[in-house]
Design a protein around this ligand. Structure first.
Ligand code: ADP
Length: 440
């Protein structure tokens, strides 16, 4: 505002100066009848002054390009002095802002450099742009790798797929490419115009702990199997005594039998989970005849819930098969189906669907049972998570069914979707990638 005021007063001053000059020239010239000539001379001199001022401005620009200090020329008149002062002022302000920014960038750079994690900047074309010293230690990056494609450097097909797919909501775990005994976790975040920030942690210790946990659960479950079988055998033998036992003993034995049964279900589910989690024990995939499997499963589920008189309808593409592990798919589908039976009322209706659309292959289990409040949806696949523990135990649930489903789907690159509300039944949908489809 003040700049504009000064500039306008300087402009007025400049105009007055020009008009007074012209009038003086006209008066002086009048004496010799050469008014126009004198006025022309004054106008030309003024024009020359402006040309000189412009050349001064050019020099000023050059001086800035050379980062030289320069002062406005006072003898060029108020207007030019003002213009040059304003330009120099704005440059100085710009310079200060640039210094501040450089300072911030430098501090960010040094703090990133001090991080334990490897931080790598990848440009929009997927080239390695910048990294911190930890990236050299953890990933083995060298100065000569700059501007190389990140996928030329990290060639593991799992990383290449992860990087190209562009879905970075989950981190990726891989053995290190420079030392196979170490395990790394990769996380990618997008920023700017398709630039990416890759952060990589050495998670070897966590990985070892996780492997120990898996081994421990698998070993304990395995060790529990034999004593459980022995216990179940003795209980059964005692129960066979029938009438010879006192009533309170037969009640206790019935309880013991139910609890050992439940324990053996839990042990079996824990062993299934342990097997699904370990790559080396996973079965090999083949072509699975899902329609035939669903026909069998329907019969088993009807027998399982025989006293509930529920209906189970099948709506399937009979020609549609899938590439996968039959045993695991059967276990996952059966868990979803038995849940529908367990958590639906007597005379309930269950529908199983199996079809393909543009998104991929769908396996859907729909029931009209008790439903699940949406606040539980995200936690359902956690081990031993139950919406209503009492009801789950009463219906013979182990709390591991949906955890098994999750692991089977993970191994098949499939995802689980749930539509449900309390009292409105459940629709569990499994989506498999279209590449898994096979036809009869
Ligand atoms: P559980 O062995 O207890 O059934 P799951 O892991 O299979 O364990 O399921 C977790 C919880 O999700 C169950 O305890 C139950 O509360 C809820 N649930 C699963 N399926 C259904 C369903 N079809 N209808 C209502 N609730 C369900």
């Amino acid at each position: 505002m003040s700049g504009r005021l000064i500039a306008s007063s300087a402009l007025r001053h400049e105009l007055i100066r020009f008009v007074v000059g012209l009038l003086a020239a006209a008066l002086l010239g009048w004496h010799w009848h050469l008014s126009w000539c004198f006025m022309l001379i004054v106008a030309s001199l003024n024009w020359l002054r402006h040309v000189y001022a412009l050349s001064k401005l050019r020099l000023l620009m050059q001086a800035r390009a050379l980062h030289q200090e320069t002062a406005p020329a006072t003898y060029l008149g108020a207007l030019w002095e003002e213009v040059l002062t304003l330009i120099i002022k704005s440059w100085k302000a710009e310079e200060r802002a640039r210094h501040r920014l450089e300072n911030v960038i430098e501090r960010a750079r040094t703090s990133i450099a001090a991080l334990e994690e490897a931080v790598v900047l990848i440009d929009g074309r997927g080239n390695l742009e910048w990294w911190n010293p930890s990236a050299e230690r953890i990933l083995g990056l060298k100065a000569s790798d700059r501007n190389q494609q990140v996928t030329n450097f990290l060639r593991d097909p799992r990383f290449v797929d992860y990087f190209k797919a562009g879905h970075y909501s989950e981190p990726l775990h891989l053995p290190s490419h420079i030392d196979h005994r170490r395990h790394l976790q990769y996380e990618i975040t997008r920023f700017g115009s398709n630039d990416r920030l890759l952060i990589c942690w050495d998670v070897t210790v966590l990985h070892k702990l996780e492997a120990m946990r898996k081994d421990f659960v698998a070993n304990v479950s395995h060790e529990l199997r034999t004593p459980l079988t022995v216990l179940a055998g003795y209980i059964e033998a005692l129960q066979d005594q029938g009438d010879e036992l006192p009533l309170r003993w037969s009640r206790a034995l019935a309880q013991m039998q139910a609890q050992t049964q439940r324990m053996s279900y839990i042990v079996n589910d824990l062993l299934t989970l342990a097997r699904l989690e370990t790559t080396r024990t996973r079965a090999l995939p083949g072509t699975v005849d899902v329609p035939a499997m669903l026909h069998d499963m329907r019969q088993d589920a009807l027998a399982y819930g025989a006293d509930k008189h529920q209906s189970i309808a099948l709506d399937m593409d009979e020609q549609l098969l899938i590439h996968g592990v039959e045993e695991d798919l059967r276990s996952a589908f059966m868990n979803l189906l038995t849940n529908a039976v367990k958590y639906s009322p007597d005379d309930g209706h269950i529908v199983l669907r199996w079809y393909q659309d543009d998104a991929g292959l769908w396996f859907v289990v729909q029931d009209n049972g008790i439903g699940i409040d949406p606040r539980h949806h995200t936690r359902l696949t956690e081990r031993f998570y139950r919406v209503d523990p009492g009801r789950s135990k009463a219906s013979g649930g182990t709390g591991l069914g949906l955890a098994i489903v999750k692991h089977v789907l993970l191994n098949h690159h499939a995802s689980l979707h749930l539509k449900s509300a309390l009292g409105q039944g459940c629709q569990f949908s499994v989506l498999f990638p279209a590449q898994a489809a096979r036809r009869r």
